[in-house]
Design a protein around this ligand. Structure first.
Ligand SMILES: Cc1cc2nc3c(=O)[nH]c(=O)nc-3n(C[C@H](O)[C@H](O)[C@H](O)COP(=O)(O)OP(=O)(O)OC[C@H]3O[C@@H](n4cnc5c(N)ncnc54)[C@H](O)[C@@H]3O)c2cc1C
Length: 667
């Protein structure tokens, strides 16, 4: 494979935003998502019925690699192990349960409809498709809704301690973008409890000998031979050893790429290297610019902080969001009378109020902050106020619902939300974009599957709160265990790729060369500096609001930053030892490539939809204006292998029958 660094073409520089879209990208071929040709509500039943099976006594003849042990990876590895396949499972963490899913707070949706509030699978699908602004697959949303019922029962059965009502039924609450109560939760630590349950199920298979667990191993490349994914290259993060592992199929469950923005709500170590390396080996990357900015992140307090902290969306059940009506109001929040407050979400979107979807809530906050009425020392936040809820429900009830979130907030800020409103602001959070996959979760590289946030599926241009833990569980427990065997059935009798196959040797050499280049570069700047600058750039040009000029400028500046990185990055130490600076440098190098395509995707998509808000496509009221005539498709990108060739955009057309195309309306 050629050197993956795509340098700036001659003539482009950070100062020059003159970028011709038609030079940057060409249009490829339409993609087939392989959705069965039946009405969307029936697609999953139809597909499952027609999947090929591998009989129990043949399953041990197949080896499947699963990278990642979050909710998607632990589910897939445990389920495939339980079925009888040999599973090799990898994580860069020191234990499977430390995967990033552990950080999820608010809850997991399910259309079980046990609350008598008129919920149903159809309503779940309607909310999800509409919430994603009609840029996801309708049939995917149906699978999510249908399997959501099993997910809750299953996770409950394997030990997730969901909150319960007085009578013992599982309790639910509401999340943004819906008017029913379908979110199952464990206070503000739902992800932790689900992750512990999932990781324990995985470890049970490890103990049974079905899964071999490899911790502290980072996947740095994909092995593609004969056009199929047949292995991965990993680096032992403790010893530095680089080796290849081959298998019949590879599942990536490696999480999202929100950390490309540097200051995001994700764990510091979350990264996109596995997905990006797979992309460089041919897997198409979809909708990169669809990034969710979470409206209830904590505001930045210093340019030197390394991340932002999330306050769960569940807080919007009882917290009211407001700003002072007049700019530069220096009074303490409690001294500002009711008629001088602007509860702007309740004012603009009375039907959903504080529970509007995230993209809408973030945009409205950004608009108020930009209008000069932001609060806090840097005037970069809005209030999330619990005083009404405390007066109405009592302190004990509010404490019971949100205690750990209130503690977390107090520890991070020194303020007590019982005494003064929280301050919140939009922060980079969830990647709706990801590796493109068909209805079977298989990428454009046969044998390479995705599960969870690393994929593009389900959420369109904006994810509804509590739908991600769900999609990770549905993929891991109830989709990949059907679709991977369907693929393997056609390979019966074939051994895994030989360890000395030229494709293996080439991938190993590529990884080694890249590491050597990083450690011997002898520049003057550590990798983190580049990451910080990249994040600032992306917030500026590909943030809550985008413009074509800004995105073009972003591409020019990213190219210049990438060139500077390779000219001047300094990585201390060697590749033969524990070297966290080297780990970070490799991930940041990948972000520097990916960021260009992220901006290009946003520049190319000449409409506003969901979280992709282009200032040049908005209604007089400031709402997103979709263009269904020209843009009702998924963009799935192919990167060039040489610096002078254009990116190629392939399209998967989207059709909506059960939930007809309509303008979103939350008023
Ligand atoms: C603060 C926060 C709160 C959230 N709260 C909610 C919520 O309440 N409800 C909801 O639905 N969603 C929530 N989300 C989103 C949700 O948590 C994630 O989308 C979801 O957990 C992702 O799960 P996953 O299995 O896809 O990946 P992850 O849990 O991110 O796991 C990724 C795994 O891949 C491994 N990995 C990655 N790269 C490599 C590599 N190169 N080599 C080896 N291993 C690798 C990691 O070690 C890890 O095991 C929240 C997100 C954040 C940041």
């Amino acid at each position: 494979m050629t050197e993956p660094t795509r340098t700036a073409p001659a003539g482009t520089a950070a100062e020059s935003p003159e970028i011709d879209l038609d030079v940057l990208r060409t249009i490829g071929t339409p993609l087939d998502g392989q959705v069965p040709d039946v009405p969307a509500p029936d697609a999953w039943d139809d597909r499952r019925l027609h999947y090929d099976l591998v009989s129990p006594n043949n399953r041990r003849k197949f080896t499947v690699i699963v990278v990642g042990t979050g909710l998607a990876g632990s589910g897939a590895a445990a389920a495939l192990g339980e079925l009888g396949f040999n599973v090799e499972c990898f994580t860069y963490h020191d234990a499977p349960r430390r995967a990033h899913s552990v950080a999820a707070q608010g809850g997991i949706n399910a259309a079980r409809a046990r609350t008598v509030d008129n919920d149903s699978v159809d309503r779940f699908v309607k909310d999800t498709v509409k919430g994603g602004d009609f840029r996801g697959r309708e049939a995917d949303a149906y699978r999510l809704g249908v399997e959501s019922v099993r997910v809750i029962d299953h996770m409950n059965a394997i030990g997730a301690p969901f909150a319960r009502e007085y009578g013992g039924e599982l309790a639910t609450r509401s999340f943004g973008g819906v008017q029913v109560s379908r979110t199952y939760y464990t206070r503000g630590q739902t992800g932790q409890q689900l992750q512990v349950a999932g990781a324990n199920a995985l470890l049970r298979q490890v103990a049974a000998g079905a899964v071999t667990m490899h911790t502290r191993q980072e996947m740095l490349d994909l092995v593609v031979a004969d056009g199929r994914a047949q292995g991965i290259v990993v680096r032992d993060m403790v010893t530095g050893e680089i080796r290849a592992v081959t298998a019949h199929a590879v599942v990536l469950a490696t999480g999202g790429y929100g950390n490309i923005y540097h200051k995001s709500t994700l764990a510091r170590n979350s990264n996109a290297t596995a997905a990006w390396r797979a992309h460089r080996r041919g897997a198409l990357f979809a909708n990169l610019s669809f990034i969710q900015f979470h409206p209830t992140a904590l505001p930045l307090s210093s340019e030197w902080q390394s991340k932002t902290i999330l306050m769960s969306e569940s807080l919007r059940n009882d917290g009211r969001i407001w700003v002072p009506r007049k700019a530069d109001d220096t009074r303490a929040p409690g001294d500002i009378p009711e008629d001088e407050r602007d509860y702007y979400l309740e004012r603009r979107y009375p039907a959903f109020g504080n529970l509007t979807p995230r993209d809408v809530a973030s945009r409205a906050a950004r608009e108020r902050i930009d209008a000069g009425v932001g609060v806090g020392p840097l005037k970069n936040s809005v209030y999330l106020d619990f005083s009404d809820a405390i007066a109405r429900l009592g302190r004990d009830t509010v404490y019971t619902r949100y205690s750990n979130l209130f503690h977390m907030y107090s520890q991070a800020t020194g303020d007590d939300p019982f005494e003064t409103p929280m301050r919140i602001a939009p922060g980079a959070h969830f990647a709706m974009g990801g590796l493109w996959s068909d209805y079977d979760m298989m990428t454009s590289v046969p044998g390479l599957f995705v599960g969870g946030e690393v994929g593009w599926g389900y959420h369109g241009a904006n994810r509804l709160g509590a739908n991600s833990l769900l999609s990770a569980c549905v993929d891991g427990w109830f989709t990949l265990p059907y679709s991977v065997p369907n693929y393997l059935a056609g390979l019966l009798g074939q051994p895994p790729l030989a360890a000395d196959d030229p494709a293996v040797t080439e991938a190993l050499a590529d990884v080694d060369a890249r590491i050597q280049r990083l450690v011997s570069n002898n520049g003057t700047q550590g990798p983190d500096r580049f990451h910080k600058r990249l994040g600032e750039l992306l917030y500026k040009y590909a943030g809550v609001t985008r413009s074509p000029e800004g995105l073009a400028q972003g591409i020019a500046e990213i190219r210049a930053l990438r060139a500077e990185f390779w000219a001047d990055v300094r990585v201390m130490g060697t590749g033969d030892q524990l070297n966290q600076e080297l780990e970070r440098a490799g991930r940041i190098a990948d972000y520097l490539e990916m960021a260009e395509l992220l901006c290009l995707d946003g520049l190319d998509r000449d409409e506003s939809c969901g979280a992709h808000f282009r200032a040049d496509h908005q209604t007089p009221e400031g709402e997103a204006m979709r263009n269904d005539d020209d843009w009702c498709f998924v963009s799935a990108w192919e990167s060039p292998t040489t610096s002078d060739a254009p990116f190629v955009r392939h399209d998967e057309p989207l059709a909506f029958e059960a939930v007809p195309l309509q303008t979103r309306n939350y008023t």
